[in-house]
Design a protein around this ligand. Structure first.
Ligand SMILES: [Zn+2]
Length: 346
């Protein structure tokens, strides 16, 4: 991965330098009679900084929001159940709404990118990756039989290619953010990833997009990544992949209902906090009631997530932004009322 250290915003760099050199904006911050070459350089720098307008600083600080989408993502579907809840309409409707609001045109278009098999192998077994590849040439019946072996997973002839692009696009967006090419970004991808496990397809997910992207960045030198998962389901795949890793803080808000809500796992409860060196770096916020409102969500955000985030001080935040927690989705049951009106301005 290319230059990872270069992402300190210019305004922050400026403020660091200013702090050690005197106040910005004064004509004669030093006694020039006793100045050395070094003082002269500082003075020139201060003059330069003082001439930078607020608008210039903002431009320097904000390098745009990246957006990735591919038609491939809508071609992945369940052939034998056209009305399956995880169908292409999910992403097509999201795209339509974003276009309607004029959001896409405000973003920097980032091409969808395939990931390589070697990259997938950092988080998945070779057996699983080869099985996914084989689905592209299976018959309809073979694909259906394979899907039945897993919990809530399906595939068609496009799934493998879409999954490579889904994972690769998340990795690419994360890299561009770390490099400073964009300030933030949204990879609108399918199939999703947070239930994907090392050797198991699960919960509509083929490869664990966010987990693989996180591993790529860790291998590239980052050592503090926050994964915030606001999908209505617990991302057990992500939790398992970093359960002993203190470099990754995983926070998930999810419907739990004392274990009655899918994926019905004991490990989705609040007392599963990580293990060994990773102890304290896994935070589950399981909600046992439905009908949550904005106030509940804000309370979680302000009382739990923000303090934890400030303390951890991540170099990068990845959001598993499954929108099935939003009002209108049958799976949410008004879990989070108007969550997306509160979401950061992407
Ligand atoms: Zn979900």
């Amino acid at each position: 991965m290319a230059d990872q250290q270069a992402h300190e915003p210019a305004a922050e760099r400026d403020s660091h330098e200013t702090e050690s050199s005197g106040p910005v904006g004064t004509e004669t911050p030093y006694d020039t009679d006793s100045s050395t070459d070094s003082d002269d350089e500082d003075y020139v720098l201060l003059k330069k900084l003082a001439s930078v307008t607020f608008e210039d600083r903002l431009k320097d600080l904000y390098s745009g929001t990246g957006f990735t989408y591919s038609d491939l993502f809508a071609q992945h579907k369940c052939e034998w159940a056209p009305d399956h809840p995880e169908n292409p309409q999910r992403i097509l409707e999201s795209l339509r709404r974003c276009k309607e609001l004029g959001l896409i045109e405000r973003c920097k278009p980032i091409d969808a990118t395939y990931t390589g098999v070697d990259t997938l192998l950092t988080k998945h077994s070779r057996e699983l990756v080869e099985l996914a590849e084989a689905t592209a040439t299976m018959t309809y019946k073979e694909r259906m039989q394979l899907s039945e072996k897993y919990d809530s997973w399906f595939c068609n002839e496009v799934t493998y290619e879409a999954a490579l692009a889904s994972c690769g696009s998340v990795i690419n967006m994360a890299k561009l953010i770390v490099q400073g090419s964009v300030t933030n970004g949204f990879a609108m991808v399918r199939p999703p990833g947070h239930h994907g496990m090392e050797n198991e397809f699960n919960g509509y997910c083929t490869f664990n997009n966010v987990a693989v992207a996180t591993q790529v960045l860790l291998d590239g030198g980052l050592d503090k990544i926050l994964i915030l998962d606001w999908d209505v389901h617990h991302g057990q795949g992500v939790q398992r992949m970093f359960y002993e890793d203190p470099r990754v803080l995983y926070i998930s808000i999810h419907r739990y209902e004392h274990g009655l809500f899918w994926p019905n796992l004991r490990e989705s409860d609040y007392d599963h906090i990580g293990q060994d060196k990773g102890k304290g770096f896994n935070v589950n916020i399981p909600l046992n009631q439905i009908g949550m409102k904005d106030a509940d969500y804000l309370s979680i955000l302000h009382q739990l997530i923000l303090p934890l985030t400030y303390e951890f001080c991540p170099q990068l935040i990845l959001i598993s932004s499954g929108y099935d927690a939003a009002v209108g989705c049958p799976e949410s049951n008004n879990f989070l009322f108007h969550m997306f009106s509160l979401a950061p301005n992407l």
